[in-house]
Design a protein. Sequence first.
Length: 237
Amino acid sequence: MAVEEHVVTFDLFSALVDSRTGASVVLGRLGATRQWHPTGTEVYDDWDTRNKEAQRACEAWVPYEVLARDALAETYAALDLDGDAADDLTEVLRALPDWPLWPDVEDTLPMLACRYRVGLLSNVDDALFLRTRAATYVDPDLAMTSERLGVYKPDPRIYHRAQETLGPMVHIATSARDVRGSLEAGIPVVRLRRPGHHLDPDGPRPTVEVDAMALLEELIPVAWSRAGRTGRTAGDD
Protein backbone atom coordinates (compact mmCIF):
# COMPACT_ATOMS: atom_id res chain seq x y z
CA MET A 1 0.00 0.00 0.00
CA ALA A 2 1.38 3.41 -0.97
CA VAL A 3 2.09 5.93 1.78
CA GLU A 4 -0.31 8.87 1.67
CA GLU A 5 1.17 12.29 1.01
CA HIS A 6 -0.42 14.03 3.97
CA VAL A 7 1.00 13.70 7.47
CA VAL A 8 -0.88 12.35 10.46
CA THR A 9 0.30 14.03 13.66
CA PHE A 10 -0.40 12.87 17.20
CA ASP A 11 -0.41 14.71 20.48
CA LEU A 12 2.26 13.18 22.71
CA PHE A 13 1.13 13.40 26.33
CA SER A 14 -2.51 12.45 25.90
CA ALA A 15 -3.00 10.51 22.66
CA LEU A 16 0.18 8.39 22.80
CA VAL A 17 1.62 8.52 26.33
CA ASP A 18 -0.44 8.07 29.49
CA SER A 19 1.28 11.00 31.18
CA ARG A 20 -1.13 11.08 34.10
CA THR A 21 -0.20 7.56 35.15
CA GLY A 22 3.51 8.01 34.49
CA ALA A 23 3.97 11.25 36.39
CA SER A 24 1.57 10.30 39.20
CA VAL A 25 3.72 7.30 40.10
CA VAL A 26 6.72 9.55 40.73
CA LEU A 27 4.71 12.18 42.60
CA GLY A 28 3.10 9.46 44.67
CA ARG A 29 6.50 8.07 45.60
CA LEU A 30 7.73 11.52 46.61
CA GLY A 31 4.57 12.10 48.62
CA ALA A 32 4.88 8.81 50.47
CA THR A 33 8.31 9.74 51.78
CA ARG A 34 7.00 13.14 52.93
CA GLN A 35 3.60 12.02 54.17
CA TRP A 36 1.64 14.22 51.80
CA HIS A 37 -2.10 14.04 52.24
CA PRO A 38 -3.01 14.30 48.51
CA THR A 39 -2.31 11.29 46.33
CA GLY A 40 0.19 11.44 43.51
CA THR A 41 -2.69 11.60 41.03
CA GLU A 42 -4.29 14.51 42.87
CA VAL A 43 -1.00 16.40 42.86
CA TYR A 44 -0.56 15.64 39.17
CA ASP A 45 -4.05 16.87 38.29
CA ASP A 46 -3.48 20.20 40.03
CA TRP A 47 -0.04 20.58 38.43
CA ASP A 48 -1.33 19.62 34.99
CA THR A 49 -4.04 22.28 35.15
CA ARG A 50 -1.53 24.95 36.14
CA ASN A 51 0.98 23.74 33.56
CA LYS A 52 -1.59 23.99 30.78
CA GLU A 53 -2.58 27.47 31.90
CA ALA A 54 1.08 28.57 31.91
CA GLN A 55 1.48 27.27 28.37
CA ARG A 56 -1.69 29.02 27.25
CA ALA A 57 -0.49 32.32 28.69
CA CYS A 58 3.06 32.02 27.33
CA GLU A 59 3.49 34.70 24.68
CA ALA A 60 7.27 34.45 24.16
CA TRP A 61 8.45 30.84 24.10
CA VAL A 62 10.45 29.53 27.06
CA PRO A 63 11.47 25.90 27.63
CA TYR A 64 8.85 23.40 28.77
CA GLU A 65 10.77 22.68 31.96
CA VAL A 66 10.69 26.34 33.04
CA LEU A 67 6.90 26.52 32.80
CA ALA A 68 6.48 23.07 34.36
CA ARG A 69 8.75 23.94 37.30
CA ASP A 70 6.90 27.15 38.05
CA ALA A 71 3.55 25.37 37.77
CA LEU A 72 4.71 22.64 40.16
CA ALA A 73 5.86 25.29 42.65
CA GLU A 74 2.39 26.83 42.48
CA THR A 75 0.85 23.41 43.12
CA TYR A 76 3.06 22.86 46.17
CA ALA A 77 2.06 26.25 47.55
CA ALA A 78 -1.65 25.74 46.87
CA LEU A 79 -1.71 22.25 48.42
CA ASP A 80 0.71 23.16 51.24
CA LEU A 81 3.21 20.47 50.25
CA ASP A 82 6.84 20.40 51.28
CA GLY A 83 9.47 19.82 48.62
CA ASP A 84 11.66 21.64 46.12
CA ALA A 85 9.75 21.98 42.85
CA ALA A 86 12.87 22.17 40.70
CA ASP A 87 14.41 19.03 42.19
CA ASP A 88 11.12 17.17 42.10
CA LEU A 89 10.46 18.11 38.48
CA THR A 90 13.85 16.66 37.64
CA GLU A 91 12.74 13.40 39.26
CA VAL A 92 9.44 13.41 37.38
CA LEU A 93 11.07 14.03 34.01
CA ARG A 94 13.90 11.59 34.67
CA ALA A 95 11.20 8.92 34.66
CA LEU A 96 9.95 9.86 31.16
CA PRO A 97 11.24 6.63 29.59
CA ASP A 98 9.04 4.73 32.05
CA TRP A 99 5.84 6.67 31.36
CA PRO A 100 3.56 4.10 29.71
CA LEU A 101 2.14 4.24 26.22
CA TRP A 102 -1.58 3.65 25.95
CA PRO A 103 -2.08 -0.10 25.34
CA ASP A 104 -3.03 0.20 21.65
CA VAL A 105 -0.11 2.41 20.57
CA GLU A 106 2.63 -0.19 20.19
CA ASP A 107 0.63 -2.42 17.84
CA THR A 108 -1.28 0.22 15.89
CA LEU A 109 1.17 3.04 15.23
CA PRO A 110 3.55 0.93 13.10
CA MET A 111 0.59 -0.17 10.97
CA LEU A 112 -0.51 3.43 10.48
CA ALA A 113 3.05 4.30 9.47
CA CYS A 114 2.73 1.86 6.58
CA ARG A 115 0.02 4.06 5.09
CA TYR A 116 0.72 7.56 6.45
CA ARG A 117 3.68 9.72 7.31
CA VAL A 118 3.39 9.70 11.11
CA GLY A 119 4.41 12.83 12.98
CA LEU A 120 3.90 14.65 16.25
CA LEU A 121 2.45 17.98 17.36
CA SER A 122 3.08 18.50 21.05
CA ASN A 123 3.84 21.04 23.80
CA VAL A 124 7.23 19.60 24.66
CA ASP A 125 10.95 20.22 24.19
CA ASP A 126 12.80 18.15 21.60
CA ALA A 127 15.06 16.37 24.09
CA LEU A 128 12.15 15.40 26.32
CA PHE A 129 10.20 13.95 23.40
CA LEU A 130 13.17 11.81 22.37
CA ARG A 131 13.24 10.24 25.84
CA THR A 132 9.66 8.99 25.65
CA ARG A 133 8.63 5.55 24.44
CA ALA A 134 6.68 7.19 21.64
CA ALA A 135 9.85 8.46 19.98
CA THR A 136 10.50 4.98 18.60
CA TYR A 137 7.41 5.23 16.41
CA VAL A 138 7.62 8.82 15.13
CA ASP A 139 9.85 10.17 12.35
CA PRO A 140 11.96 12.84 14.13
CA ASP A 141 11.80 15.03 11.02
CA LEU A 142 8.02 15.11 11.45
CA ALA A 143 8.11 15.85 15.19
CA MET A 144 6.61 19.31 15.59
CA THR A 145 7.39 20.28 19.17
CA SER A 146 6.65 23.59 20.86
CA GLU A 147 10.40 24.16 21.02
CA ARG A 148 10.77 23.68 17.29
CA LEU A 149 7.78 25.87 16.42
CA GLY A 150 8.36 28.49 19.11
CA VAL A 151 4.84 28.53 20.51
CA TYR A 152 2.54 26.47 22.74
CA LYS A 153 -0.93 25.07 22.20
CA PRO A 154 -3.64 26.20 22.04
CA ASP A 155 -2.18 29.23 20.23
CA PRO A 156 -3.31 28.84 16.59
CA ARG A 157 0.21 29.67 15.41
CA ILE A 158 1.50 26.26 16.47
CA TYR A 159 -1.00 24.55 14.18
CA HIS A 160 -0.36 26.97 11.31
CA ARG A 161 3.42 26.60 11.61
CA ALA A 162 3.14 22.82 11.76
CA GLN A 163 1.11 22.77 8.56
CA GLU A 164 3.48 25.20 6.86
CA THR A 165 6.32 22.80 7.68
CA LEU A 166 4.60 19.48 7.04
CA GLY A 167 2.10 20.33 4.34
CA PRO A 168 -1.38 18.77 4.39
CA MET A 169 -2.03 17.10 7.73
CA VAL A 170 -4.64 15.48 9.93
CA HIS A 171 -4.12 15.85 13.68
CA ILE A 172 -5.04 13.18 16.24
CA ALA A 173 -5.96 15.02 19.42
CA THR A 174 -7.26 13.91 22.80
CA SER A 175 -7.23 16.79 25.29
CA ALA A 176 -9.91 19.46 25.27
CA ARG A 177 -7.51 22.29 24.48
CA ASP A 178 -5.90 20.39 21.60
CA VAL A 179 -9.22 19.43 20.02
CA ARG A 180 -10.46 22.99 20.30
CA GLY A 181 -7.16 24.47 19.15
CA SER A 182 -7.00 22.22 16.09
CA LEU A 183 -10.55 22.93 15.04
CA GLU A 184 -10.29 26.67 15.57
CA ALA A 185 -7.05 26.72 13.55
CA GLY A 186 -8.80 24.93 10.69
CA ILE A 187 -6.81 21.68 10.96
CA PRO A 188 -8.63 18.42 10.15
CA VAL A 189 -8.82 16.52 13.44
CA VAL A 190 -9.79 13.11 14.70
CA ARG A 191 -10.46 13.00 18.41
CA LEU A 192 -8.98 9.90 20.03
CA ARG A 193 -10.87 9.43 23.29
CA ARG A 194 -8.71 8.45 26.26
CA PRO A 195 -9.69 7.92 29.92
CA GLY A 196 -9.62 11.09 31.99
CA HIS A 197 -9.95 13.48 29.06
CA HIS A 198 -13.16 15.34 28.26
CA LEU A 199 -14.14 17.90 25.65
CA ASP A 200 -14.54 21.58 26.39
CA PRO A 201 -18.33 22.00 26.79
CA ASP A 202 -18.10 25.50 25.32
CA GLY A 203 -15.83 24.55 22.43
CA PRO A 204 -16.42 23.27 18.90
CA ARG A 205 -17.28 19.60 18.51
CA PRO A 206 -15.14 17.27 16.42
CA THR A 207 -17.04 15.50 13.66
CA VAL A 208 -14.85 12.38 13.88
CA GLU A 209 -14.15 10.59 17.17
CA VAL A 210 -12.80 7.12 17.96
CA ASP A 211 -12.30 5.06 21.09
CA ALA A 212 -9.36 3.01 19.82
CA MET A 213 -6.38 3.61 17.57
CA ALA A 214 -7.29 0.61 15.44
CA LEU A 215 -10.18 2.65 14.01
CA LEU A 216 -7.96 5.52 12.87
CA GLU A 217 -6.93 3.98 9.57
CA GLU A 218 -10.57 3.93 8.51
CA LEU A 219 -11.53 7.37 9.87
CA ILE A 220 -8.50 9.53 9.03
CA PRO A 221 -9.67 9.70 5.37
CA VAL A 222 -13.13 10.70 6.62
CA ALA A 223 -11.69 13.66 8.54
CA TRP A 224 -9.60 14.61 5.54
CA SER A 225 -12.51 14.47 3.10
CA ARG A 226 -14.80 16.46 5.40
CA ALA A 227 -12.15 19.17 5.73
CA GLY A 228 -11.88 19.26 1.95
CA ARG A 229 -15.63 19.63 1.50
CA THR A 230 -15.76 22.59 3.89
CA GLY A 231 -12.83 24.19 2.13
CA ARG A 232 -11.14 25.12 5.43
CA THR A 233 -7.38 25.24 5.77
CA ALA A 234 -5.04 26.53 8.42
CA GLY A 235 -5.03 30.30 8.49
CA ASP A 236 -8.63 30.75 7.33
CA ASP A 237 -9.77 31.86 10.78
